[in-house]
Design a protein around this ligand. Sequence first.
Ligand SMILES: Nc1ncnc2c1ncn2[C@@H]1O[C@H](COP(=O)(O)OP(=O)(O)O)[C@@H](O)[C@H]1O
Ligand SMILES: [Mg+2]
Length: 358
Amino acid sequence: MHLKQLQITDFRNLKTVDIEPTAGINLITGKNASGKTSLLETIYYLSHVRSFRSLQVADLINRDASYLQLVAKIQQDQGEIPVGIRRSKTRMQIRSNQQAVKRVADLAATFPVLAIHPDSYRLITGSPAERRQYLDWGVFHVEHGFFDTWQRYRLALAQRNAALRQKQAQKFCVLWDREINNAAEQIDALRDRYFDKLKPCFDRLVTSFFADQDLVITYRRGWSQDKTLAELLVQHLEKDRKQGFTYYGPHRAEVHIRVQGQSAQTGISRGQQKLLVALLRLAQAQQFSAMKQQSCILLYDDLAAELDKKNRALILAELARMQVQLFVTAIEADQINISSWAQKKMFHVEQGRLKDLI
Ligand SMILES: Nc1ncnc2c1ncn2[C@@H]1O[C@H](COP(=O)(O)OP(=O)(O)O)[C@@H](O)[C@H]1O
Ligand SMILES: [Mg+2]
């Protein structure tokens, strides 16, 4: 799978862009504020229908325009799929293969995109929700049925929480317990299975990049290993009623990373955190292509600024061995050595306008 053509209209400072990326590496160069990150953001947006740096859609629409539009051709084994998003402040239209798309998840499924950018270290330092999102990207793409089970869980949990908040009688609060327990068991099983497949990829990368350090990654499901969630929901009901929400469950799952026995959140430097995030994403991309027998898309914003020279060379060597379509940004072309790629293209951005270099 790869992005074959991308037409951008009024996304941030990118007024009109029309490019045909290669399935290998695409290096995008340009001065600060030329529009490099915005270009990666459009590709991310086509998959996630949100940005990795702004929550407000108004930030993404060009200041002089009333809507943004992204039109892409995605090459898949079965053929080419046209995909389009048009977004104004109040309206969203998504089309895939000539049909209206109602669920954002359906778009993500045809177009898997991973990003590494200067704020990505928050995957390590941020709340557990960040790491659940990381895990669930993979579970969603690799394990069937996850999305529907998760929706079922969320609905039941919301109902239970509403009953708890309203301090309803115990017999009403427990009405959802069975549904919650069933969905939770499935979510945990899917996450656990995915994590088991991801871990060897991650551990292999860690061995070469954190060679002399003891780095351990673990998945915790969000409730005790030796009790069922159903039991815990009963035991904890009075406390849950006092607090007005359900404490235990897969909504509290965590991915822990410990380095030399200390949490990676506080125990390692910012530079090491950035490297670690890159390895987490690379592991995910490697697992994806091994499992699905097809490549995904990896965006790497400001690669040169994110890593020191030695790790930059090592990461580039690792990327060159992977089956992914890459989009990398840098200020200067000589910061990124792309000679190992058979398929490569370079683009230069100047004030929101893109030029093909090779
Ligand atoms: N909604 C918008 N409309 C127009 N320009 C924007 C909008 N949002 C951001 N910009 C501008 O787009 C430019 C490109 O930003 P960015 O993609 O971050 O550049 P780079 O990554 O190359 O440093 C910046 O000058 C920024 O101020
Ligand atoms: Mg940038």
